[in-house]
Design a protein around this ligand. Structure first.
Ligand code: NAD
Ligand code: ZN
Ligand code: ZN
Length: 345
């Protein structure tokens, strides 16, 4: 089969690779129909993710058709159309029983990280019963691919952790796919003000069309003042960090109102300062987390009932055989205006 293989920092190739086989009774082999590229794949290619080593097939998002199942799989049979979660969960360990699938003792984020992933014609999914989701017939595959990672991440790590509530004010710092996913799902709770922040006017324009009430381009370094002005000097009830650099985390702590929440989503590769000398008296809560994908069934229902339309995040479509071009397009978002790219296997 064809597969996109990480070959060490800065190197990747589309290669001919052995098809995966069942290794454990709880595995399923899924024939990929659609997959995508995540910002995290770019982090891996930069060499930022030490757990992912050369030779690994990348990708942790996708939909497909079950090709075969191990003898212990009871929920799915060959031919079933499924959504692959970016998080693999056994459903039985202490973390899973505590709804923290991301910390599953034999799962978590392993696809396209510590085991071969979805940017291939076939993938082996461990703990298939509890890591795959049946796709109802009336769900579009492109919508579903957005539910492997992006939507649950924006919703769980941003909206739920950030306690977005009716009538509240929020700011989302970072208008990439994750920030935009938080924007889409925050609207379940009817906040009255959603301020989107980015350096890229194109992404801010997209954010406006997705329901942002205000946008702030922070290129001039004055986002804090602009947001305080937009909120009558008070700041926001929820500040969602969706970039992953020290400056944007600090901005979130400067714009959160007393009693509010800073919900960090961004993956931080560098040391970040926490200014408790000012925050200690502000009654703020700071949350962190890796997505658990516990919200996937709920999100599937909202897509099915057309309450949200995640396909709007898709800007480009490629064949899997053109995956290298797809990475180029995705990696140069400022010039290509790419958000999510679909790879069709
Ligand atoms: N916690 C989790 O489970 C989890 C899961 C998936 C992704 N992530 C992380 O979420 C973050 C966002 O992901 P993404 O795919 O949307 O990334 P992305 O790189 O596409 O988007 C980041 C956005 O931030 C903007 N930006 C950069 N510097 C900025 C600044 N100084 N001020 C304001 N905006 C700035 C960029 O223009 C871009 O639009 C990444 O760090 C990613 O690794 C976390
Ligand atoms: Zn991802
Ligand atoms: Zn588990």
């Amino acid at each position: 089969m064809r597969a996109l293989v990480y070959q060490g920092p800065g190197k990747k190739a589309l290669v001919e690779h052995a098809k995966p086989a069942i290794q454990n009774a709880t595995d399923a082999i899924v024939k990929i129909t659609k997959t995508t590229i995540c910002g995290t794949d770019l982090h891996i290619l930069k060499g930022d993710v030490a757990t992912c080593t050369a030779g690994r097939i990348l990708g942790h998002e996708g939909v497909g058709i079950i090709e075969s199942v191990g003898s212990g799989v009871t929920t799915f049979a060959p031919g079933a159309r499924v959504l692959i979660s970016c998080i693999t969960a056994c459903g039985r360990c202490d973390a899973c029983r505590n709804s923290m699938y991301s910390h599953c003792s034999t799962g978590g984020w392993i696809l396209g990280n510590t085991i071969d992933g979805t940017q291939a014609e076939f993938v082996r999914v461990p703990h298939a019963d509890t890591s795959l989701y049946a796709l109802p017939d009336n769900i579009d595959e492109e919508d579903a691919v957005m539910l492997s990672d992006i939507l649950p991440t924006g919703y769980e790590c941003g909206v739920l952790n950030g306690q977005v509530a009716p009538g509240s004010t929020i700011a989302i710092v970072g208008s990439g796919p994750i920030g935009l996913a938080a924007l889409l799902t925050a609207q379940f709770y009817t906040p009255v003000q959603i301020i989107m922040v980015d350096l890229d006017d194109n992404r801010l324009e997209v954010a406006r069309s997705f329901g942002a009430t205000d946008v702030v381009n922070t290129t001039d370094g004055k986002a804090r003042d602009a947001i305080l002005q937009l909120t009558g000097g008070r700041g926001v009830d929820t500040a969602i960090e969706a970039v992953g650099i020290p400056a944007t985390f600090q901005l979130c702590t400067e714009i959160v109102a007393p009693g509010g929440v800073v919900a960090n989503i961004g993956v931080h590769g560098k040391k970040v300062d926490l200014h408790l000398e000012t925050l200690w008296s502000h009654n703020v809560t700071i949350t962190t987390g890796l997505v658990d994908t516990v919200s996937t069934p709920m999100l599937l229902r909202t897509v099915q009932s057309k309450r949200i339309d995640p396909k709007r995040l898709i800007t480009h479509r490629f064949k899997l055989t053109d995956v290298i071009a797809a990475y180029e397009t995705f990696g140069q978002a400022a010039s290509t205006k790419a958000l999510k790219v679909i790879l069709e296997a």
